[in-house]
Design a protein around this ligand. Structure first.
Ligand code: AMP
Length: 413
């Protein structure tokens, strides 16, 4: 199928061609006709499937076809809600790219940055707003944004939005928009609470499902290292020196873990940036830019912080900590091996994480190949670990957990 077959009009086809896209992805093929037909859609698709264009292209087309003839006083007619600032910025960039040959205006609204420039832009008038929930509601409270003319509302990464506690904000925003509108909901996973949200705000939605989360990308190689927890950092350094090359994304479970690993890698001469929920907006943006522009080739992140970030040409993903939710494993390794690239994934499993491997392997229906040949082995079959009683003098035996997780009960991502 080609983009022309999807009945997209010329200015949009031109922008799509300039983006270098030859043919629509699966989610685009299935979603675009439904959106053009004015249907509500609930789509299960993760980042990397081309889901942004799946809603952006038809929304632009609908807005383009139905523009007010007088070009004064633009009204916001499409609203996309995104859980994170980075994702909001990316979505807005996509809208801008795809609308390059139209006079449709897009703006992005997010917290953690000065509100005045956003108010100024709103005053000038825009057609499409991409927003994070909190700042959008702030602007509405201040009477700086009018949602009365919204024709299409998109909730992107709905599962993450709910995980991050935005459920009330999202329902509030939905109620601020007109009753008669088209609503599109995108979510990487479809837990019950997402279905519940969908059932309250979508009207007879059409379903789109692509890449069931149980199928690990087949152009990503997978290797599993069993390693004692205390040796994970050494194993990571060893592999970064000998095996793992290129642009690397390392996942850690907690922001404390992210910071700790970052410090160690920097001390060892690696060019590293990191990304988690406690970083300021400008820190996050600068980390991402440095990674994208090659000033750093290693990015360490938590799952939540890394969700939705679009990084092309990722060579490897490292699961420094194994995820306890098996789908997360699939999402993580799916960050590499995108499009026609070949990617590699490396997973470090300590004794306490073995149960996770079992559920992951059940989900992906594959045994992840184990690499035993490394300097810090752990018996993969749960037999007692026999170490010749050399005192390795690990710096952090017990109580390592204390510093990070005990003191702060707030966000761990
Ligand atoms: P997304 O899932 O929206 O984050 O998109 C992932 C990446 O795929 C982005 O870098 C897009 O620019 C790219 N992309 C989207 N649609 C296509 C397409 N039809 N062909 C090739 N690349 C695409």
């Amino acid at each position: 199928m080609s983009f022309k077959d999807l009945q997209l009009n010329k200015p949009i086809l031109k922008a799509v061609a300039e983006s270098g896209y030859d043919s629509p992805t699966l989610v685009q093929e299935q979603t675009i006709p439904l959106v053009l037909a004015g249907k509500d859609v609930i789509a299960s698709a993760q980042t990397g499937t081309g889901k942004t264009a799946a809603f952006a292209l038809p929304i632009l087309q609908l807005l383009f076809d139905k523009q007010d003839s007088v070009k004064k006083g633009k009204k916001i007619r499409a609203l996309v809600i995104s859980p994170t600032r980075e994702l909001a910025i990316q979505i807005a960039q996509n809208f801008k790219t795809y609308s390059a040959h139209t006079n449709l205006e897009t703006m992005v609204i997010f917290g953690g940055a000065s509100i005045e420039p956003q108010i100024d832009l709103l005053k000038k008038g825009v057609d499409i707003v991409i927003a994070t929930p909190g700042r959008l509601l702030d602007l509405h409270k201040q009477d700086q944004i009018n949602l009365d003319y919204i024709e299409t509302l998109v909730l992107d990464e709905a599962d993450l939005m709910l995980d991050m506690g935005f459920i009330d904000d999202v329902t509030k925003i939905e109620r601020l928009c007109p009753k008669e509108k088209q609503t599109l909901l995108f979510s990487a996973t479809m837990p019950f609470k997402v279905e519940q949200l969908a059932s309250t705000i979508l009207k007879s939605p059409e379903r789109v499902e692509v890449t069931p989360t149980s199928s690990a990308a087949n152009n990503v190689s997978q290797v599993l290292y069993y390693v004692p927890k205390r040796n994970k950092i050494e194993l990571c350094l060893h592999l970064l020196r000998t095996t793992i090359k290129g642009n690397i994304l390392i996942f850690r479970r907690t922001k404390y873990g992210v910071d700790k690993l970052e410090q160690t890698l920097i001390k060892n001469g690696f060019k590293v940036e990191s990304f988690h929920g406690d970083k300021t907006q400008s820190d996050r943006q600068s980390a991402l830019n440095k990674f994208k522009h090659g000033e750093a080739n290693i990015l360490i992140a938590t799952d939540v912080a890394a969700r939705g970030i679009d990084i092309d040409e990722l060579d490897a993903v490292v699961n420094f900590d194994m995820p306890n939710v098996p789908e997360t494993y699939v999402h993580r390794i799916g960050r590499t091996g995108r499009a026609e690239h070949f990617g590699s994934s490396y997973s470090f499993c300590s004794a306490d994480e073995k149960a996770y491997i079992k559920t992951i392997q059940q989900l992906i229906n594959t045994q992840i190949p184990v690499e035993d040949d490394h300097p810090y082995p752990l018996d993969p079959h749960a037999k007692p670990i026999i170490h010749t009683s050399k005192k390795t003098g690990s710096k952090h035996k017990k109580g390592r957990k204390g510093q990070g997780s005990k003191s702060k009960k707030k966000r761990w991502y």
